[in-house]
Design a protein around this ligand. Sequence first.
Ligand code: 5AD
Ligand code: SF4
Length: 479
Amino acid sequence: MLNLIDLKEVIENAPVEEPERQFYFMDRVKELVAIKKQEGYAAHFMVEVMGCQMSAKDGEKLKGILERCGYTETLDDWDCDVLLFTTCTVRENANEKLYGRVGRLKHQYEKRRGMIIGITGCMMQEHDEVEGICKHYPYVKLMFGTHNIYKLAELLYKALITGKRTIEVLDDSKLIVENLPSERKYRFKGSVNISYGCNNFCTYCIVPYVRGREKSREATDILKECEQLVADGCLEITLLGQNVNSYGNDIPGSTSFPELLKAVAEIPGLKRLRFMTSNPKDLSDELIEVIRTHPNIARHIHLPMQSGSTAVLKRMNRHYTKESYLELVEKIRKTLPDVSLTTDIIVGFPGETEDDFQDTLDVVRLARFDSAYTFIYSKRHGTPAADFEQVPEDIVKERFDRLLSVVQETSRENEGSDIGKIMEVLVEEQDQNQTGHLTGRLSNNTLVHFEGPDSLIGTMQNVRLTESKGFYYFGELAG
Ligand code: 5AD
Ligand code: SF4
């Protein structure tokens, strides 16, 4: 039956414009799936997200397209017909994780011939990785990059009809394709891309190479998407960009990020607004003011510092100093006393000396982060820092351990400071560890566990915080 379908003709009849073209291919895949179902095809899919919130958002788009194509989600990879990975390549261990997972899928593939294992995301923007997968994993049938995620239906259609490996990786794209289906993980919260790519070229970072130059979406499109999410029952929205503060810099006369944030915060019915990620080099006073004057903007700022040493920051191309970072932290804490500050820190950046590292510890102590994500520097092929002189592994490891204990020490100082307070919680799910209990989040992103019925999931509740457990609280419903 499938042989009767003339792929060439189907492609020739496809609309040229997007997203119409992709809706056309979603319909074609759906027809094909209906035919295959008569022959016993289950049409089950899985999307496995590896990496950051951008990757998770890509995963939601892939799920939305697959559902529209007639597939249904499964959690069992032995019972799966299309399994897609959205990959990360920011550190070497992310790549290793993907290889391990794909390697183990050989058995599933052999049991279920016709299964389409596909890989997309940042790793696919690296030619060596695509080549490596072609060579070592013949059963990976679909590969596409970050610039053409929206083309899943078209590429899947080709892979299904031809049975051959289908690869399409673009080096960059000026095109932003809007209005494709997307399937949110939680019905009560969603995320919205405000920009793609990055222009900062921090010397350790692969992101500008794999996600391309910064492209901001039109503010009106972003607002419309946020309004639709709220109309669809979302209480919380997260605005996503590699550096939200430079939003609009690529569009002459564009709305700035603080203006955009204000407009979204003022959508009636939106209870909570978050954003990720804010580069310290261009976080403006105006932004702090917008947060201060809008109680529904979350009291949480993720402010990656990377290093506390001005010399290292310079070689990282970060455009701020130890002193200016600390000044910014002070300003934020003064204006937003209830804010929680989190950060990213890299240890062992090439050329980092013990004195440089002491500066990092110093900033950790002074800034009193609520939590910090700590990373060992990972050499990324093609980035400038890969050619700098590297710090020996044993020294890096020892510094990493010291950093961890200082981070734990300082974050402990903030722990429990809200005990006794009644605070608003967005209830997210059942508590994994205790039946009859629920888990939710405070505005400052801290988790709270408390007793309550499942019917509260997806609602805002007042909870009295009764006990601190370090990274989370226990509480009780306060009516
Ligand atoms: N090595 C280690 N950590 C890195 N990050 C980005 N690139 C690297 C790298 N080459 C970290 C930064 C960034 C976070 C998302 O990942 O801290 O903020
Ligand atoms: Fe990477 Fe720097 Fe861009 Fe963040 S701002 S994505 S660390 S280049």
